[in-house]
Design a protein around this ligand. Structure first.
Ligand SMILES: Nc1ccn([C@@H]2O[C@H](COP(=O)(O)OP(=O)(O)OP(=O)(O)O)[C@@H](O)[C@H]2O)c(=O)n1
Ligand SMILES: C[C@](O)(CO)[C@H](O)COP(=O)(O)O
Length: 245
């Protein structure tokens, strides 16, 4: 717990990276977080995006207890300070289970109001600028929020009745990080087991997460075609990306 000189509790920022998926839609011979982009594993890019942010106290990576690639990954990664990067072998059957198990594992490290930035390992194009933008946009009066992209294309909904055009007004595509206070997030995920992201659990508690515009460079690697797209964004000079915000 951080205290100011006046003994006031200062909320800290931690990154929690769910990296315990198998990448079934990618269909690779290893989980997609261990595939290489720009000469580095996807997971290393994601970790380093947070390490480049001074305000991030530590990065916790949740992997599967059965993960057989982690040891080689650690051996070939930079020798990160153990106080800044920690691997937690507590991944679960769903992304929500992995995140909740990770939060439980941090019970003795995090104070209730510490901010947890949950970020998909499969989003390696995250930039420090986007992390800072999220942190700076969410104030102490907010329950928290997430990076997201406003929908700019016409939206079609396909059903047994056929295809309908639905209004894009107010529609956003959720990204990550999704940033919420440690205790509130853990409580929300305890109560909501069938959610695909943290913000859904917070919404189910009657709260309104803040939507902060992200960027396509922060797209999730899900299928094989996503790899060259994300890699292309990684090759764009960061200066240009800064101008895009
Ligand atoms: N049980 C799970 C499932 C997913 N994830 C993580 O959640 C993020 C987003 O999930 P997704 O893109 O669905 O990854 P996978 O579950 O690996 O992919 P798939 O659904 O294609 O199997 C990924 O970083 C993934 O590693 C996790 O930590 N634990
Ligand atoms: C959390 C997320 O990336 C927000 O869009 C998305 O819900 C993850 O979905 P997935 O099916 O677990 O990839």
């Amino acid at each position: 717990m951080a205290l100011t000189n006046a003994n006031e509790i200062v909320a800290r920022y931690f990154a929690l990276i769910p990296a315990a998926g198998v990448g079934s839609r990618m269909g690779a011979d290893c989980p997609k977080q261990y595939l290489f982009l720009q000469g580095k594993p996807v997971l290393q890019h994601t970790i380093e995006a947070f390490l480049a942010c001074d305000g991030i106290e530590s990065v916790f990576v949740v992997v599967s207890p059965e993960d057989e690639w982690l040891d080689d990954f650690v051996a070939s990664s930079p020798k990160w300070d153990a106080s800044r990067v920690r691997f937690l072998r507590c991944g679960g059957n769903t992304r929500r289970d992995s995140v909740l198990n990770g939060l439980h594992a941090l019970f003795l490290e995090c104070a209730p109001k510490d901010w947890i930035l949950v970020h998909d390992a499969a989003r390696p194009g995250l930039t420090p600028e986007l992390v800072r933008k999220l942190i700076e946009t969410i104030g102490p009066e907010d329950i928290g929020g997430l990076l997201a992209l406003p929908v700019v294309d016409t939206v079609k909904k396909q059903s047994e009745e056929g295809v309908q055009t639905v209004s894009r007004e107010g529609l956003w595509l959720a990204q990550t990080p999704q940033m919420f206070p440690y205790a509130y997030l853990m409580d929300a995920l305890e109560q909501q087991s069938d959610v695909t992201d943290e913000a859904s659990a917070i919404e189910a508690m009657g709260q309104v997460p803040k939507l902060v515009e992200g960027h396509l460079c922060n797209s999730k690697i899900t299928k094989p075609d996503d790899l060259p797209l994300v890699e292309l964004f990684m090759s764009i000079d960061t200066g240009i990306q800064k101008k895009l915000f």
